[in-house]
Design a protein around this ligand. Structure first.
Ligand code: ZN
Length: 257
């Protein structure tokens, strides 16, 4: 098995150094491309240079966000191979749809499919032996944006203690201690969850109030993004019965003195 990375030229506040496009082979001539990234002919050329004489079997996407999937269909069409993912999304139409627990054969290699909703509901991770292509479920060097917190926490727990030895993420560097990384992610989320509940108990009654309170140290240009995370936490806090929504106001029982 050989794994190569081609970094897309899309650095930014949401993408870090850019999107990691991974090229995985089975140790012979069969490869798949995972997360080809945005439509960018120079990146497509760079991917094909790394593929070289090997054969591409399919183009896989972890999820349909614009920094991961839009090049998938054009590249698949050029190569005459299927574009593969969990579900259609903006700028992406899969010819093969993969569900949780499926395997996808890459030559001699059976790639395991793990549905990991949370960052987005269509998110898949791909497992090759004890290596996991983690997309934006888990990235190098920071936490991720979460759209749906309950499923996200479940998707983290689902990977824990499963014998993983390495993450190859959608952004940032490879990570060699997956269970420790998952622990950190869970601890970080649960800490935020508690901070948000406490802020609401102390009187923050709107998403904006909570963002100002809890994300005070974060650059204001990122507050709209933080608001999405807060919304995801708030939705889960309501589902857990720990806060309520009264009209337009969030309400939590005050902490005992
Ligand atoms: Zn991404």
């Amino acid at each position: 098995m050989r794994i190569d990375r081609v970094l897309a030229n899309n650095p930014g506040p949401f993408t870090g150094p850019g999107t990691n496009t991974w090229i995985l082979d089975d140790g012979s001539e069969s490869t798949v491309v995972i997360d080809p990234g945005p439509v960018d002919s120079r990146h497509a050329t760079a991917i094909m240079e790394v593929v070289g004489d090997r054969r591409v079997e399919a183009i896989l996407v972890t999820h349909t966000h614009s920094d991961h999937a839009p090049l998938a269909n054009p590249l698949a069409r050029d190569l005459g191979v299927p574009a593969v993912g969990h579900a259609p999304g903006p700028g992406f139409e899969p010819e093969i749809r993969l569900l949780d627990g499926a395997t996808f054969d890459v030559g001699e290699l059976a790639l395991g499919v793990v549905h990991t909703p949370g960052h987005s509901n269509d998110h898949l991770c791909f497992r090759a032996g004890n290596v996991l292509f983690s997309g934006d479920h888990i990235i190098g060097g920071s936490s991720v944006m979460v759209d749906d917190m309950g499923p996200y926490l479940e998707s983290l727990r689902k990977l824990k203690g499963t014998g993983l030895e390495r993450f190859h993420p959608g952004h940032g560097e490879e990570m060699t201690d997956p269970d420790a990384v998952i622990e950190w992610y869970l601890a970080h989320r649960l800490q935020r969850h508690e901070e948000i509940r406490i802020a609401i108990a102390a009187g923050a009654s709107t998403i904006g109030d909570v963002v100002d309170e809890v994300y005070e140290e974060v650059d204001p240009s990122l507050h709209p993004l933080a608001a999405r995370s807060v919304q995801a936490h708030v939705t889960l806090l309501i589902a857990e019965g720990r806060i309520t929504s009264v009209g337009d106001s969030l309400v939590a029982p005050p902490d005992p003195p």
